[in-house]
Design a protein around this ligand. Structure first.
Ligand code: WTA
Length: 632
């Protein structure tokens, strides 16, 4: 790749000629224009590359917007396209999933063996009474069985609700209860950083608050001695080897608009809400975006180093690689255990060609220096990617030079749990600017608007909104359609509110600045201030709490909390440390604040809302802005 300043402004990396010419989208402008002129035609052509039990009557139904519908009338099941359709052809014997555990154990599934495992597990679930429309909570480590479990649910038309294995009791229990799951799946534990995360123990505790759950399936991963609740707990390996379990299981015929999964995420206010995604549109959206953005070729070995528990894992570990017939790699452990080159050694060992991770991981690994990656042959890499938070140009350039050897374009993909698929992203043929996700994906248009909804001049910061519907868009908020309308479409009618602030430059490139709502992106993980605050308030010493995000060198943003104590408690460093641990124990380590400051007062509006903006400005020594609504 060359770094020259010609037509585009600022620092630009132009793709090498062979990259651009060989890419699936050699002419970005032409395809973008085609999709803009005929949005439905563009998506219908993509949808036709997949198999449907019955065709659609309409590509896009806007009659009840913002409740958009895609491929209405069509019958489909995403699992048919991930697995079933390959069983008669050559792909059957291709490697679908390569997996390495933190201990170094290796497992490999072909499209045939993964299909068999999914059929068998779907039969296990069926035997436990799981049927179309039922919710199943999945709380597991990064083991192949989490993929099997998600696909088995989808095969039956059951709705999976995956809770990230880094969350703890409160977060898990709240999500299980809200989803009204009767069946849950977990592991005896997860292997991470040479230790065991006691998933089963956390699940057991959560289930004491979730009386609806009748069955808990437990995957044996660590071999730890875990208590078994008679009548409720079922070992995965025992259920799977029962003689009555067949290798065949019919795939449920779903409407394109039937829900595939719900995924809880933190929003603007209150409790996390579940985002609803469907079988039809979601499938088409994630299939198309991965194909074009990561330019999938038959011999690729794709590694998305996210966790299946977040949207990135749902879309681009579990479903889309299979939809594209790709060989997928998944690693169980953490990036720098036992040594800082564990990830680089995996790229070398498995000859991985596409590597997709978060800026936080890059910054974390950068810290260990260039000698670690230099020990490994990374020549198999063809493309790199990043997601989850803005990437600072310094980290981008390190990634480009040290990992990509100035040869591999970096796909900086901006998207959200709600969007289901990449929304602002380059393809390999597009010139790149470090720190920018470049331009909206084919068929999409974005705007930067001020608080009144007026488009701001290029270069000015404002609210990022999306203008066109897209197939993988969320359909609603689970059990709360009004919130869906209010939160995403209520602020600027007809425009989808992302909750991010951003700028657009003169070349039409978008630069994400960060969240403007009560969401904090810590190491790329999406957390809500409300959940952190309610964890703090559940401690007997705390009367009131406010959490904010402040810049952090590695994590991008770190959490800082301010609390008012109840009467009878006095401030001390010991108490602050205890409160940090308390949040960790209740919500999960990822939510642990960097600092907890004990204060006498919190800045509030006259109606009692905490002004986090003021706290943030004060903590950074910045101007506090308009204080006219401040209570006192
Ligand atoms: C942020 C993750 C800058 C953004 C897929 C968004 C990004 C939120 C990028 C969604 C990126 C995601 N550059 N910021 N490439 N990708 N974000 O729902 O603030 O966990 O609104 O989905 O992450 O987080 P979520």
């Amino acid at each position: 790749m060359t770094n020259t300043n010609s037509a585009l402004h600022g620092e630009v990396f132009y793709p090498a000629a062979e990259v651009a010419q060989g890419a699936r989208v050699p002419d970005w402008e032409a395809l973008a224009q085609r999709a803009a002129a005929d949005l439905e035609g563009f998506w219908a052509a993509e949808a036709r590359e997949l198999e449907w039990y019955a065709p659609w009557e309409q590509v896009l139904d806007e009659s009840q917007k913002p409740f958009f519908k895609w491929f209405t009338g069509a019958k489909v099941n995403i699992v048919h396209n991930c697995l079933d359709r390959y069983q008669a052809g050559a792909t059957r014997n291709k490697t679908a999933l390569l997996w390495e555990g933190e201990k170094g154990d290796v497992r490999e599934f072909s499209y045939a063996t993964l299909h068999r495992e999914v059929c068998r597990f779907a039969n296990v679930l069926k035997g436990l009474g799981v049927a179309k429309g039922d919710r199943v909570t999945i709380y597991m480590g990064r083991v192949p069985e989490i993929i099997v479990a998600m696909l088995a649910c989808a095969k039956l038309g059951a709705i999976h609700s995956v809770v990230y294995g880094g969350f703890s009791v409160d977060s898990l229990a709240g999500r299980i209860a809200d989803s009204e799951s009767r069946v849950a799946i977990t592991c005896d534990g997860a292997c991470l950083n040479g230790k065991i995360v006691e998933l089963k123990k956390i699940m057991d505790e959560a289930l004491t608050r979730c009386p609806l759950v009748e069955k808990l399936i437990v995957v044996k991963r660590t071999g730890a001695d875990v208590p078994v609740v008679a009548g409720r707990d079922v070992w995965y390996h025992e259920a799977m080897s029962a003689p009555a379990i067949s290798d065949e299981c019919a795939t449920e015929v779903m409407d394109a608009e039937d829900p595939l999964f719900i995924l809880y995420t933190s929003g603007t206010t209150g409790k996390p809400k579940a985002i609803v995604h469907t079988h039809g549109g979601y499938m088409v959206g994630i299939y198309t975006t991965l194909k074009y953005v990561f330019d999938l070729q038959p011999e690729d070995r794709f590694w998305c180093a996210a966790d299946p528990g977040w949207i990135t894992g749902h879309s681009y570990i579990v479903y889309s690689p299979l939809l594209n017939g790709t060989t997928n790699f998944m690693y169980e452990g953490a990036p720098a255990y036992p040594q800082p080159d564990r990830w680089w050694s995996l790229i070398e060992k498995y000859r991985l060609s596409i590597y997709y991770t978060a800026p936080t991981a890059i910054r974390g690994l950068m810290r260990f220096g260039e000698d670690w990656p230099a020990k490994h042959d990374l020549s198999s890499l063809r493309l790199l990617g990043t997601v989850g938070e803005p990437i600072n140009p310094e980290a981008w350039k390190w990634y480009h030079r040290v990992i990509g050897h100035e040869r591999c374009p970096i796909m900086d993909t901006w998207w959200q749990t709600e969007t289901g698929m990449f929304m602002i992203t380059p393809t390999p043929a597009l010139p790149l600017k470090p720190g920018s996700g470049t331009r909206p994906f084919f068929g999409q248009q974005a705007e930067i608007v001020d608080d009144e909804g007026k488009v701001v001049p290029d270069g000015d910061e404002g609210n990022l909104v999306l203008l066109r519907p897209w197939p993988a868009m969320l359909r609603t908020v689970y059990k709360d359609p009004e919130r869906y309308v209010r939160q995403y479409w209520g602020r600027f009618p007809g425009k989808y509110l992302t909750g991010d602030s951003a700028k657009r430059d003169v070349d039409g490139y978008y630069w994400i600045i960060g969240r403007v709502d009560d969401v904090i992106k810590v190491s790329g993980y999406r957390l809500g201030t409300a959940e952190i605050e309610s964890a703090l308030v559940s401690h007997p010493a705390v009367a009131e709490a406010a959490a904010i995000g402040l810049p952090h060198e590695i994590k991008g943003i770190g959490i800082h909390a301010f609390v008012i104590l109840r009467q009878g408690f006095t401030a001390s460093p010991g108490l602050s440390a205890e409160l940090i641990e308390h949040v960790g124990a209740h919500m999960g380590k990822i939510a642990r604040p960097e600092t907890v400051t004990i204060v006498d007062k919190l800045p509030k509006t006259r109606s009692g809302k905490i002004m986090r903006r003021v706290l943030k400005a004060r903590a950074q020594g910045l101007p506090e802005g308009d204080l006219s609504t401040l209570e006192d």
